[in-house]
Ligand binder design. Sequence first.
Ligand code: NAD
Length: 487
Amino acid sequence: MRAQPKASHFIDGEYVEDSSGTVIESIYPATGEVIARLHAATPAIVEKAIAAAKRAQPEWAAMSPTARGRILRRAAEIMREKNRELSELETLDTGKPIQETIVADPTSGADSLEFFGGVIASALNGDYIPLGQDFAYTKRVPLGVCVGIGAWNYPQQIACWKGAPALAAGNAMVFKPSENTPLGALKIAEILIEAGLPKGLFNVIQGDRTTGPLLVSHPDVAKVSLTGSVPTGKKVAGAAASELKHVTMELGGKSPLIVFDDADLESAIGGAMLGNFYSTGQVCSNGTRVFVQKTIKDAFLSRLKQRTEAIVIGDPMDEATQLGPMVSMEQRKKVFDYIEKGKAEGATLVTGGGVPNNVSGEGTYIQPTVFADVTDEMTIAREEIFGPVMCVLDFDDEAEVVARANATEFGLSAGVFTADLTRAHRVVDRLEAGTLWINTYNLCPVEIPFGGSKQSGFGRENSVAALNHYSELKTVYVGMGKVEAPY
Ligand code: NAD
């Protein structure tokens, strides 16, 4: 098998196997080929990983931030040196085209390690609070053992987006990738050891929805950071709350992308395509409700159709391929069911909706799909599809579109395309979302906070803000005089 790792788990600096765990087959979505066979973690593996993390964490937290950061920055360098190898693995894991993974996956993980490795030396300082003769000071301290649970759309990026700030702040992590994409995180663990990370600080264990709860409910775990769907988020946040653990929830969305009639049309169409078709539409922050002002609807749709039909679909390992398969047959079926609902509920199919004819029948391919005349009540306008399906809705004016854009339980992201900057700022101010873009879409550099509001989650990844979610405040009051007691 061409991507078989040495063993299923990486614990305490080495590969570990327990073949009594349920078999997880890793399937290359482009061909259906089984590329690795792994085992889900047994309770003994979960215990071993958490015990290693618990043992290693205090010494790591006691190191200077500069020394911790140096190791993370070295790991970033190694990731960049191995970018091609890691990108190919990411493509095998997910089916995403190499054209994307080579610029967006390991490199984004490396950015995270580099950023947190750099800022940590100055970002976790406390305050000095004068109190007359007395004074107080605060310090930010690590939480201890943190658990990361990943989705399958950006396996290496998610492992780094959680691992880098957690480690920088002095924590240890046990990371569980999605059962659909078990491979990439193991390489991140290997690279961190190669960079000099002490053993036990970044452990990877495999498993599915039955393994996650063992981690979340473990008494030695202080924090859980989940990237996943809203229903999973409710379960994980509920279980964590019952033990009063810290949580970060990066969940799903149904984000609005609003195109006013003064927008640069080509840019708006490009933004909408990137925000619906990149990673075969499997991006949480996608702008899947594209609101287009009626006056430009026809021009928008005809050029969108033309550009969508020119997308190169094919072998993900071919650098010319722009759109690969979906992550799994199950996910593709879910997307086809939504396409059928869209047709049945009266949306106009502009393009796509089927299987491309130039690809392997065993692959989980799907055509990039555009629906027009979508109305707010339709299922495809309300539920997260998580595939390459763009819904175009019409609107007349600003007040109307803002109200309709906000009429959703989700609040992950939003975007506005307009030449009127006053309007752009006014509209983003009124949109209910955690991350918003003006005249671009879906750019998430590590320097800016990323995360959702409403049911799309809470907590933030990336930027210095993420460090607050992997540490807590300790306040020390210092008495400088004698204690005056009334008794
Ligand atoms: P999912 O919710 O099915 O699974 C996510 C992870 O949670 C997996 O590792 C899974 O094994 C684990 N899990 C499932 N049930 C669990 C439980 N009860 N306890 C603990 N762990 C459990 O999501 P998915 O299908 O892998 O990913 C797609 C979803 O992720 C979409 O909704 C997408 O929007 C969301 N997502 C969000 C972000 C973000 O940053 N906001 C990024 C990527 C994906």
